[in-house]
Design a protein around this ligand. Structure first.
Ligand code: ISL
Length: 567
């Protein structure tokens, strides 16, 4: 029998299929490409793969706009390819978690096409249709039913001329929001999820799942949010982030889809803006909602008041304070997920480390060490295991991400500072994480024989899997050791977490404690020597370090020196 919380000692690897490996030379990664690289994934020792969307999609948001939940987009392959992937992973003892994007569909999904066809359509109420604001000219700015801004700039409502109403889209206008108030919508989603589990899938990463419940009045009304700085639009998040029925919906989903089913599943809810208090409820096993959530607090620390592209420094003391609060908050109930980056975030080594040639390898290893030694389930994003860095884009014509492109256009239209916006995109834009996986030093990094859909980072000449494959000092070798450590040492998965030196501006230090075994993790997260003096660990065993001759816990830690000690 399988432990109910098997995922506590698991490590998850995220594949962004578009950018992983291209088998047919069309410049876009695909499922056969993933199959050809499964040995790399297995060599990491990971337990689970989370696959970003491969469903049918017009690709307005790279597959997060789904037009058919039950089929694979021809760009990525076929259902038979997906079956082969499930089998190939299972043969290697790896589970497959699929992306579940059900806050919204594509506007080309049959449900929306039908909903849009007339006000009398039986599926009209599957989405959020509302009349223009009273007294305003329908279709003109300001006539939207509420003042909510979309996550991708501009209003969150789109005027539909044919039926004379607006529909809600929290993301792009090609991503209309499903109406979860309607029980038919919920049952259709649960049935689809059950079919994927029947097919062999082992769980779901649930896209923006804390946005499902909108705070709607008994009369169907939605309310305006507070004005956003310098914009005519308002902040709608209080009306849909962690909305009134969200716990009810997730519990219902659990009971309808997972309860009573044989197998070991993993559910992780992506939840922008989630608080610790809410996360305790979402992940309390007794409540049967989800196993863990992706929270955003630590990746919001380097943003100013105007949002993610408003750059602010990443302060180590604040970072430690934040992550420590989550460790403490979910210590007695619930569970944390741990991540530095994913397909929406800048590269970890560029953001939290030092991606200059001198410190890149060391800082990538130090960051991995710190993250993987926390209590929670670590997620490794493709390329992180070789220390891939942000892309040195030189022109906006090189960008492909709808969020960055819309943001630059929006700033220009509002006659704001376009240089600052470009800097914001360079540092924070999602395309940084989406450049092709760097397999080798050849022209397109071994990703494709064709023209890659997004530029390959020029640093692939030195930073690639082939170069690190057999090098025991590589980032790759270090990540393999980190994954193995979680499997081999119960204290890594289950130990209590205690932060030390919380106010130190350079050192990240903590202990883990379980069944009489204690670990000390010391990390110097900067590119200079730093003095440290933690008593009592001189005779401790060194489990792992970023330098070959670790110095322990007292004396001078070299730049990006991180060591794990056991006593
Ligand atoms: O990336 C972001 C930066 O502002 C977030 O707001 C992001 O849009 C949010 O984390 C939700 O992300 C998920 O849903 C989006 C999709 O574009 C992302 O790729 C996905 O991870 C809409 O489906």
């Amino acid at each position: 029998s399988i432990e109910p919380d098997w995922w506590k000692s698991a490590v998850v690897y995220q594949i962004y299929p578009r950018s992983f490996a291209d088998s047919n030379g069309d410049g876009v990664g695909d499922i056969p490409g993933i199959l050809s690289r499964l040995d790399h994934v297995a060599s990491l020792g990971v337990d689970v793969v989370w696959l970003s969307p491969v469903y049918r999609s017009p690709m307005d948001d790279n597959g997060y706009d789904i037009s058919d939940y039950e089929d694979v987009d021809p760009l990525f392959g076929s259902l038979a390819d997906l079956d082969a992937l499930i089998a190939g992973l299972h043969e290697r003892g790896i589970k497959l978690v699929m992306d579940l994007v059900v806050n919204h569909t594509s506007d080309e999904h049959a449900w929306f096409v039908e909903s849009r066809s007339s006000r009398e359509s039986p599926k009209r109420d599957w989405y959020w249709w509302r009349p223009a604001r009273e007294g305003a000219v329908a279709g003109q700015p300001g006539a939207e039913p509420t003042n909510w801004a979309s996550f991708f700039s501009g209003p969150a409502w789109h005027w539909d001329e044919a039926t004379g109403e607006y529909y809600l889209h929290l993301f792009s206008r090609k991503q209309p929001d499903l109406n979860w108030e309607n029980p038919e919508v919920r049952q259709a989603v649960y049935a689809m999820m059950r079919r994927w589990l029947d097919r062999g899938v082992d769980g779901f990463r649930m896209d923006v799942v804390n946005l499902l419940s909108k705070d709607v009045g008994a009369d169907g009304s939605l309310r305006d949010g507070e004005a956003l700085p310098g914009q005519a639009l308002g902040d709608g998040t209080p009306f849909y982030m962690g909305g009134p029925r969200i716990h009810e919906f997730l519990h219902e989903m659990h009971m309808e889809v997972f309860a009573g089913r044989d197998g070991a599943f993993l559910t992780v809810g992506e939840m922008p803006g989630v608080t610790i208090e809410q996360a305790r409820l979402f992940t309390d096993a007794e409540r049967r909602e989800v196993d863990m959530v992706f929270q955003f607090e630590h990746v919001d620390l380097d943003s100013g008041p105007a949002g993610k592209f408003d750059l602010a420094p990443m302060d180590l003391v604040e970072l430690k304070t934040s992550l420590n609060r989550w460790q403490e908050g979910l210590a007695d109930v619930g569970w944390n997920s741990l991540y530095w980056n994913n397909h929406d975030q800048p590269r970890a080594v560029s953001r939290f480390g030092d991606d200059s040639p001198q410190w890149r390898t060391l800082s990538a290893k130090a960051l991995g060490t710190v993250l993987h030694l926390h209590r929670g389930t670590p997620y490794v994003y493709q390329g992180e295991e070789i220390g891939m860095a942000n892309m040195p884009f030189t022109s906006d014509t090189e960008l492909r991400d709808i969020e960055s492109i819309r943001h630059l256009a929006d700033v220009a239209a509002r006659h704001e500072d376009t240089d600052a916006a470009w800097q914001g995109v360079l540092v924070k834009g999602r395309d940084n994480a989406r450049t092709p996986m760097q397999w080798d030093a050849s022209t397109n990094a071994g990703f494709t024989t064709g023209d890659p859909w997004l530029g390959v980072n020029p640093d692939h000449a030195s930073v690639n899997v082939a170069a690190q494959q057999d090098d025991p000092d590589s980032v790759l070798a270090h990540y393999r050791r980190l994954v193995a450590l979680r499997h081999d040492e119960p204290v890594v998965a289950h130990g209590d977490f205690t932060m030390l030196l919380p106010e130190h501006p350079r050192l990240y230090v903590f202990t883990r404690d379980h069944d009489g075994v204690e670990l000390l993790v010391v990390a110097n997260l900067c590119s200079e020597d730093t003095e440290i003096g933690i008593e009592g660990w001189d005779d401790a065993e060194v489990l792992l370090g970023t330098y070959q001759d670790p110095r322990g816990a007292s004396g001078i830690l070299r730049p990006w020196e991180a060591t794990v000690l056991r006593r």
